[in-house]
Design a protein around this ligand. Structure first.
Ligand SMILES: Cc1cc2nc3c(=O)[nH]c(=O)nc-3n(C[C@H](O)[C@H](O)[C@H](O)COP(=O)(O)OP(=O)(O)OC[C@H]3O[C@@H](n4cnc5c(N)ncnc54)[C@H](O)[C@@H]3O)c2cc1C
Length: 476
């Protein structure tokens, strides 16, 4: 008997419920990845996501071949059509897949479930949207209440081991595109090549990162996670989680295990699990408010008088605002496909509150440049930063980028790494070079307006304008 195993954001062989079911219940498995950017409302992958996907698929192809002698079939097209053809070609009896929660995937899956004999699973969330509700039967809009409810009511499964069975590949020789034919890598090869300096993209690497984090980062995670200059402060698992090279069940189970074995990791472990649940909260929001990536969660923000100055937006994107911590973050993003969480909050606040630019512009830039670009997390976080989201930072809380820089990059290591032109500035003036005495700045080789920009706005004036805009919105 043939079955079809459809991969999407579950690109791993371990703890993959659909894979286990397909392998255990059929003699021959056709595994497929479909690059579907044609189905209704599908959002095109961003440039960085495509690069990550390319290497992830290469790794999965290798694992499936080695472990089960399965060739991963690669296709481009509308999923429903490709799957229909595969059913016809292989006379498969069943389609196995893990559920996705982006509204366009969910809508498409409903069609597929109606049309074909399917069995679906949850592989990527600890809590599926709608699984936990508050006392009034509604979905949670406040994180702490959501988290408490999850902890008190959830029974989590243990991670699954990949089945130990050989020779499960289909003998029919189903045709496949070559990986290169998916055209996931950019035509300008240097842009993608540089990422290899920073990331190893594979299922194994995800677990190695987690282990490294247990040894180097977890103990002091609660304190260190906010410090941009601490390279071991966080796990950097977000892209692996997004593409499903590691599952939240695997992370949770390993964290609990390590916390038991080494009690000094318990506090950090608890905080780490708490952060993992922020991802769950984002999916809870997206699953229940499908317009989260497009519309303000709090409708009063529809009246917000955004300024949307394209020149300022351009300077923000390319790290030329003249505010060192903001520029460092934006440059880290473009160079590595990643940005530290605290710095994401700072650059987000700067864009929406200092530059009065709609959060959607930031969301789109992040979508294109982040390796962990994730519809739920990205839109929930941008709305959180802008103040328009659920349980969001209030709009009137406007980060001062100088104070934030001094507080969360106290050594200056982070800022100097991404803005090397400032590397000789003493720490007192690193985050506010325009306040530096002439002699000091000259000695550091910095010429504002020449080799480093002058600030594109004044924080205090910007803050005043933002607060006026906010008051105006509340009046309307
Ligand atoms: C404006 C903005 C946009 C963001 N866009 C994304 C995005 O597209 N994709 C994405 O995965 N995260 C996004 N985040 C959340 C967060 O910044 C990243 O998840 C985190 O920086 C990833 O680094 P890490 O894996 O080292 O995190 P760790 O601190 O090691 O946390 C472990 C995991 O918990 C989850 N997590 C941690 N913090 C958050 C958070 N604040 N919200 C939701 N989940 C969290 C992530 O899955 C993360 O991998 C965004 C945050 C902001 C402020």
């Amino acid at each position: 008997m043939h079955s079809i195993l459809w991969f999407r954001q579950d690109l791993r062989v371990n703890d993959n419920p659909a894979l286990n079911a397909a392998i255990e219940n059929s003699n021959q498995v056709v595994a497929v990845y479909i690059l579907d950017e044609q189905s209704k409302n599908h959002r095109q992958l961003g440039g960085a996501s495509k690069v990550w996907l390319h290497y992830t698929l290469a790794d999965l192809q290798k694992s499936l071949k080695e472990k089960y002698q399965i060739n991963l079939v690669l296709k481009i097209g509308k999923s429903v059509e490709v799957i229909g053809k595969l059913f016809a070609e292989t006379r498969a009896e069943k389609l196995y897949f893990n559920r996705c929660y982006e509204p366009y995937f969910a809508a498409n899956d409903a069609i597929i479930n109606k049309k074909f004999n399917t069995e679906t699973f949850n592989a990527s969330l600890l809590v599926e949207p709608n699984e936990v509700k508050n006392g009034s039967g509604e979905y949670f809009k406040v994180y702490t209440a959501f988290y408490k409810k999850c902890l008190s009511s959830q029974k989590l499964r243990s991670p699954l081991k990949a089945p130990n069975q050989q020779d499960k590949g289909s003998k029919l020789g189903v045709s496949s595109l070559k990986l290169e034919e998916l055209k996931l890598l950019p035509t300008k090869p240097d842009w993608a090549a540089k990422f290899k300096k920073y990331w190893v993209i594979s299922e194994n690497a995800a677990h190695e990162n987690l282990e490294k984090f247990f040894h180097n980062g977890m103990k002091n995670y609660s304190d260190n996670r906010n410090f941009a200059d601490n390279e071991n402060g966080t796990s950097k698992l977000s892209p692996y989680l997004h593409f499903g090279q590691i599952s939240p069940h695997q992370i949770l189970s390993a964290t609990q295990f390590f916390s038991q074995v080494k009690p000094d990791l318990e506090k950090g472990g608890e905080k780490f699990i708490n952060e993992i649940y922020w991802r769950e909260f984002s999916y809870n929001l997206l699953g229940n408010f499908n317009d989260l990536p497009k519309k303000n969660f709090r409708p009063e923000f529809n009246n917000f008088p955004w300024d949307n100055n394209s020149e300022l937006l351009h300077k923000w994107k390319w790290g030329k605002t003249g505010f060192p911590i903001v520029d460092a973050g934006m440059r880290e993003l473009y160079e590595t496909g990643y940005m530290h969480n605290r710095v994401r909050m700072i650059v987000g606040s700067f864009l929406t509150k200092n530059l009065l630019t709609h959060w959607k512009n930031g969301e789109e830039w992040f979508w294109d440049n982040l390796f962990d670009a994730d519809l739920a997390n990205n839109s929930a976080s941008w709305q959180w930063v802008a103040g328009s989201g659920a349980d969001a930072a209030p709009y009137f809380r406007i980060f001062n980028p100088v104070i934030q820089g001094k507080k969360f990059d106290p050594s200056g290591r982070y800022t100097k790494k991404w803005c090397p032109e400032l590397k000789d500035l003493p720490i007192e003036y690193l985050h506010n070079p325009w306040e530096s005495p002439e002699l000091v700045i000259r000695a550091a080789g910095v010429e504002l307006g020449k080799n480093y920009p002058k600030p594109i706005v004044t924080h205090e004036k910007g803050r005043e304008i933002a607060l006026k805009a906010y008051a105006l919105m509340r009046k309307n």
